[in-house]
Design a protein. Structure first.
Length: 229
């Protein structure tokens, strides 16, 4: 009976840890996965080295390795360069946007300086990041005081950096409902040209407004061409 109970406790503990891990992997895929792989390897090596057959010992080892995993996660949290989703003219508006439009359970930080407030999202999932950017861009809360962030890795090489930015905008625009095809071109650092094909029943003006709102450059430096299929 005791053995059955210990097996049930161990299985439940495995399930709880798995659920917590899956939740974090959902929002922070890359960095969390690296730590998880390291912890699993550590657990297996220690289990084999100490020849652990007793469930209580396995439970304690799993608990210790998972606590190490959480500590490693906390260390990475301190140094990981999270992306900025918006920069807003006032803290009050940043809070309203955060509470109203950021609908995912993602940690966020408010960075306040003299003239503006930025919101940093604790995620490396670009899909979630771009969906939030679209929600902000199409909201009535958007105005000239709001600058929407772009999540990409710049390079010292301008051509590589522009290619990454083109890919970033293509992926973001594809998430907009009604968009069938998009081609983004950045011939230089001051110009951007976006060609979009949308469904027949789609409101082109609405698509234009969303794209225009999250492009972080003056209107004279961007061309957005929208046509129906």
């Amino acid at each position: 009976m005791k053995k059955i109970l210990s097996n049930i406790i161990l299985i439940l503990f495995y399930i709880i840890i798995s659920l917590i891990t899956i939740h974090q992997l959902f929002f922070n895929t890359v960095r969390y996965l690296y730590i998880l792989i390291f912890v699993v390897i550590t657990f297996l090596l220690l289990k084999k080295y100490f020849h652990l057959n007793n469930n209580i010992n396995k439970f304690l080892l799993l608990l210790i390795t998972y606590l190490c995993f959480l500590q490693g996660y906390n260390v990475i949290e301190m140094f990981y360069p999270y992306p900025t989703i918006i920069n807003v003219g006032s803290y009050e508006k940043a809070v309203i946007i955060s509470n109203s439009l950021i609908n995912y359970p993602i940690n966020r930080e408010f960075h306040i300086d003299k003239d503006s407030t930025s919101i940093v999202l604790h995620t490396d999932n670009t899909n979630f990041f771009d969906k939030i950017a679209i929600n902000i861009a199409k909201s009535e809360l958007f105005d000239n005081s709001v600058k929407i962030g772009v999540y990409y890795r710049p390079s010292d090489n301008p051509s590589i950096s522009n290619e990454r930015l083109e890919k970033c905008f293509n992926n973001r625009i594809k998430l907009i409902q009604g968009v069938k095809f998009v081609d983004t071109q950045i011939p230089d650092n001051n110009q951007i040209i976006i060609n979009v094909i949308v469904d027949k029943g789609t409101d082109k003006n609405k698509i234009y407004k969303i794209i225009n709102n999250f492009l972080p450059m003056p209107n004279e430096n961007k061309r957005i061409i929208i046509s129906k299929e």
